[in-house]
Design a protein around this ligand. Structure first.
Ligand SMILES: Nc1nc2c(ncn2[C@@H]2O[C@H](COP(=O)(O)OP(=O)(O)O)[C@@H](O)[C@H]2O)c(=O)[nH]1
Ligand SMILES: [Mg+2]
Length: 394
């Protein structure tokens, strides 16, 4: 048996070695437990730049500061109303359970009114991820300068019973906002990608990887889950204005594009679109000169108000005319439902991670999804030939 003093020395050495190992682990793993409250980003605890827009204060938090260097500069983003709190909580909770609890990507909630304390607390209680709340700059939410109030009133009256939201002014503000402004909100300024989310949707499948990184690693620009057919009455002249923009701005077109998905060989608008209540997008696309020029052209044409152009057909038209098929991705494995339509993977390897109701398999019968599979890129001169063909009824 060794003498006591040398046993003591050996124990001391072992203890010091253990201590060293432990501190090394702490440094590399940042093992500090996350306290939900400490991750709530408010104007008090955030790194802030106060941005003053039309006299109002906006808290611009540095997203890069959310603490996990493994994450991309990306966030889940929702435009939402206070009254939709429970639906929004349900969406966030599912996203947390299915995906984000393993990552901690931040959420950004935007509203044309101030969020209530009840809304903020209600959201914060279902996630440990950083949460940001922002009000819209006033100039991003309102009547476009290119339309007149009287004509808009007339259009709302005329369309009231023609289609869903036909008589709704606020729905039109929302669609115009999501088409041309959301990615300009100060809270999104540090983001490279956004994942748009909505209240009352379902995420049915475990997502055992990071879709943002998947986008980056595969050089993808636009990701979707569902491709419905738009009601033609809401977009009567969308293609007409799009083709005019193409003719006036050919330099913005790539050498190849996926335009055939949205117009057929006779230049008839197919009305196929990506349902934008889910979309994961490389924001450099929306921030590009080409997209901005296209949005401005559409805004001038007045169709967000005189018709009821949705942000889904607008985003989709832009993606099809400005991107190549390889830059667009169907997240088939993300089982998803928005009230009305759902998509549930039927391939055994994907389905095993999902719990979907049987009526959620819209995508396997969708005409636009079939077309998405069948259609290929065409060359720029062919796209311009389509743009020059006369308007036809769709
Ligand atoms: N803050 C705010 N959000 C809105 C307004 N209208 C719609 N939204 C949000 O915009 C998104 C789309 O609206 P929604 O009513 O779901 O339209 P639908 O999906 O086309 O039926 C949802 O996230 C709504 O919460 C509004 O007037 N104000
Ligand atoms: Mg919705």
């Amino acid at each position: 048996m060794p003498p006591l003093s040398s046993r003591f020395k050996r124990t001391l050495v072992a203890f010091i070695a253990l201590l060293g190992l432990f501190s090394l682990y702490s440094c590399t793993h940042n093992s500090k437990p996350i306290d939900a409250k400490s991750r709530i980003v408010t104007s008090e605890n955030a790194h802030t730049d106060d941005i003053s827009i039309t006299g109002q204060k906006y808290t611009n938090t540095t997203l890069a500061d959310h603490g996990n260097s493994n994450l991309l500069r990306a966030a889940m983003v929702a435009l939402v109303r206070n009254k939709e709190l429970q639906g929004m909580r349900a969406t966030v909770r599912q996203l947390e359970d299915r995906f984000n609890r393993n990552y901690g990507y931040p959420y950004i909630f935007l509203n044309d009114e101030e969020f209530t304390e009840e809304f903020k607390e209600g959201i914060q209680s279902v996630t440990n991820a950083p949460v940001y709340f922002g009000k819209l700059p006033e100039e991003h939410w309102g009547l476009s300068q290119y339309v007149t109030e009287d004509k808009v009133k007339e259009a709302l009256e005329y369309n009231r019973n023609r289609y869903l939201y036909g008589g709704s002014y606020s729905y039109r503000l929302m669609c115009r906002y999501q088409s041309g402004f959301v990615y300009k909100h100060p809270l999104l300024k540090d983001l490279d990608y956004y994942w748009r989310i909505e209240p009352d949707v379902n995420y049915y499948c475990d997502i055992p990887y990071d879709p943002f990184k998947y986008m980056r690693d595969n050089e993808l620009i636009y990701g979707f889950t569902i491709t419905p057919l738009e009601n033609g009455k809401t977009v009567e002249t969308l293609w007409e204005h799009t083709r005019k923009w193409m003719i006036e701005n050919p330099d913005f077109l790539q050498e190849k594009s996926f335009i055939h998905w949205v117009v057929n060989e006779k230049a008839v608008y197919t009305r196929c679109h990506f349902w934008s209540n889910f979309e994961i997008v490389d924001l450099s696309f929306y921030r590009s000169e080409a997209y901005e020029s296209y949005f401005q052209y559409l805004d001038r044409a007045g169709g967000f108000f005189y018709e009821r152009w949705g942000d889904a057909p607008v985003h989709s038209m832009a993606a099809a005319i400005l991107l190549r098929k390889e830059q667009i991705h169907w997240f088939e494995d993300i089982g998803y439902r928005h009230p009305g339509i759902g998509s549930c993977p039927n391939k055994p390897d994907m389905a095993a991670r999902c719990v979907c109701p049987p009526n959620a398999n819209y995508m396997y019968r969708s005409h636009c999804n079939r077309r998405y599979g069948e259609v290929n890129n065409i060359l720029k001169h062919q796209a311009l030939e389509l743009a020059h063909m006369p308007d036809q009824k769709h």
